[in-house]
Unconditional design. Structure first.
Length: 595
């Protein structure tokens, strides 16, 4: 139990430190105004507590109209002013709720985009991202929700000190009754929180899954497949399955917490009875006036609320911090890829794989095993092999999206791990099979906001999109997809690939990689792209992965991957000569269709 409390405290401290230190720097006024509001709220009940007994005793005694009017005036004007101040502060503070949420959503996004790539293929990391996102908004209320509890805690401490003093002056025994009630109630609230916490853990996975199906159902890009393969029923079915799973969890939570809620209600009733009885007895015995009786009743009620509020603040702070701690964990995800600091020399590079073996994290199967190859500066290498032979993995290792499990990769004679990671990444302009275009303009998708209208036009011409773009009213400023604008365009698969290729060429990196990016192009367009590409890539080093072996003819060397190794290596003319060779067989099989 103690260990658990310690853990909770550690989480609270970590969350408060991270959320407040970042948010306080960005939004200092939020904290100043929260503190002022805290003081206003702490003062609010005391006006009534001090003025009402005077009013009651005056009514029971002298009944002087001017004195009565004075009390009423102080009470009403005072409360009105405090209320106005409170409401004004609340309005201003509410604006910060969205701002803080946006700020932390942005931080999560920035961090997830900066994570080492291999983590984005790790289910645990995806779960953690989901937990961080929901933990920071939906469940915990984020920095705003945590701040509410922290300031609420201090407000209730202030209030409690005042209220305890008032009661101790007249009926200290009442404090015992109230404390006993609050202690019992705290146990019930704590048990309820445990149930909620367990439900949260259960919900993270099913939320991710039903979110996935939910999004696919409304994503137009899946439209064709969904209709033609009649996938609608299956998607809706799965979606319902996970929705059911989460609503079952909510139901389970409601049933489990119901008895605790009932218990809390019963206890409050008993506490009230005991207070009336004891304070009434003291009045009958002449220990204090009716005015003080009303003061004791209202102060006891207020103290009750305050102490419960305090328990609520502590437990809720622990609960919210428990959720928000997932954000802290996510933001602390360590870098898995060691990053060196050696600067990369300008110009072309010599790349060498030495006895490289690789198994994906969490698997034993060596996808690559004993890969040895050297690519000279400016060389064009074609990478060929059947599906699953490890071609893409080879490229991922080259780009340092993963590090080899065994062996090493060298650039200009130095292990690539020693280079400054960003500089190393800057050497490559890849077009992956699963490249993505963004909902930006055509131009932005190529230049990402970089300079060079001329370069853009040249590249569009090169990938033969100049005609298509020329016909558009807004030219290269036309948005891709219809997410943001009605007149956005939906480029064909081939056009999308051409745009992705133009993007890679714009990067001006010394090494160009095309991972089957021309699969959606017709053979003539593909041939043209490769031919022109060749002229354009020119001196640069290039890696091409293609299933269409006709494109290999443009390359200096061809590496044929099979069984995790480079089974054949040489020029096109050399490889077609190998009797029963893999390349020769593949080439022959494809050539039939072109003859
Ligand atoms: P190719 O590009 O030649 O078609 P890949 O390099 O994509 O082949 O894949 C090689 C093998 O690695 C395949 O068996 C594939 O299932 C496996 N693989 C690819 N990506 C992952 C991953 N992220 N985690 C685990 N296995 C993977």
């Amino acid at each position: 139990m103690e260990k658990k409390n310690e853990k909770s405290l550690k989480k609270i401290c970590a969350v408060v430190r991270v959320l407040f230190s970042t948010a306080a720097r960005r939004y200092p006024w939020f904290f100043v105004l929260e503190a002022v509001q805290m003081l206003v709220q702490a003062a609010q009940p005391f006006l009534g507590i001090f003025i009402t007994p005077l009013l009651v005793d005056e009514l029971c005694g002298r009944r002087d109209i001017r004195t009565l009017a004075g009390y009423v005036a102080v009470l009403i004007v005072g409360e009105m002013m405090l209320n106005l101040l409170y409401e004004r502060l609340s309005t201003v503070l509410q604006m910060y709720q969205q701002r803080l949420e946006d700020y932390f959503t942005m931080q999560t996004g920035l961090h997830s985009m900066g994570l080492d790539f291999q983590m984005t293929e790790d289910k645990k990391v995806l779960d953690q991202l989901e937990k961080a996102q929901t933990g920071m908004s939906w469940y915990s209320g984020g920095a705003y929700g945590v701040a509410e509890q922290v300031f609420g805690f201090f407000r209730n401490i202030l209030k409690m000190s005042g209220l305890v003093t008032v009661i101790a002056m007249h009926a200290p025994m009442l404090l015992v009754v109230i404390l006993a009630y609050v202690a019992l109630n705290a146990l019930s609230v704590s048990a309820r929180n445990k149930v909620e916490l367990e439900a949260y853990g259960r919900l993270a996975q099913s939320n991710r899954l039903f979110g996935y199906f939910g999004w696919q159902l409304v994503d137009f890009r899946f439209g064709k497949d969904i209709r033609l393969y009649d996938a609608r029923r299956m998607l809706v079915g799965r979606w319902q399955q996970y929705t059911r799973k989460s609503s079952d969890t909510w139901k389970w939570q409601a049933q489990k917490t119901y008895p605790y809620n009932l218990f809390s209600g019963g206890m409050a009733l008993l506490r009230s009875l005991a207070t009336y009885f004891y304070a009434g007895l003291l009045v009958i015995r002449g220990a204090f006036s009716i005015g003080i009786f009303t003061q004791m009743i209202s102060t006891a009620g207020e103290l009750d609320n305050t102490l419960n509020g305090l328990v609520w603040n502590v437990l809720n702070l622990a609960k919210r911090c428990n959720y928000a701690y997932e954000y802290v964990l996510f933001m602390e995800y360590p870098e898995v890829i060691p990053k060196g600091d050696v600067p990369v020399a300008a110009g072309e590079h010599r790349i060498e794989f030495r006895n490289v073996a690789f198994a994906y994290p969490g698997t034993d199967k060596k996808v690559l095993d004993g890969v040895n190859i050297t690519v000279e500066p400016g060389e064009h290498l074609s990478v060929v092999g059947l599906n699953g032979a490890g071609k893409t993995t080879f490229i991922k290792l080259l780009c340092r999206l993963y590090d080899p499990t065994e062996g090493e990769i060298l650039m200009d004679g130095r292990n690539i791990k020693e280079y400054d990671y960003k500089e190393y990444m800057a050497q490559f302009a890849p077009v992956f099979q699963d490249f993505r275009l963004f909902g930006f303009s055509i131009g932005e998708n190529i230049t990402f906001g970089g300079e060079g209208q001329e370069a853009l036009e040249r590249l569009l011409k090169l990938v033969e999109l100049d005609d298509m773009v020329g016909k558009l009213e807004k030219g290269a400023d036309t948005r891709i997809f219809k997410m943001f604008e009605e007149d956005g365009i939906e480029p064909s698969g081939g056009e999308q690939q051409k745009l992705a290729i133009a993007r890679a060429l714009y990067k001006k990196a010394p090494v160009i990689i095309l991972d089957e990016p021309t699969a959606a192009l017709d053979p003539i367009a593909e041939y043209e792209i490769y031919r022109q590409f060749h002229t354009l890539v020119g001196e640069k080093t290039a890696f091409y992965i293609s299933h269409r072996l006709s494109s290999c003819r443009f390359c200096d060397r061809i590496a044929v991957f099979s069984g995790g190794k480079i089974a054949e290596y040489g020029s096109h003319d050399e490889l077609v000569q190998i009797p029963d060779g893999i390349y020769a067989g593949m080439f022959e099989a494809q050539a039939q269709y072109y003859r």
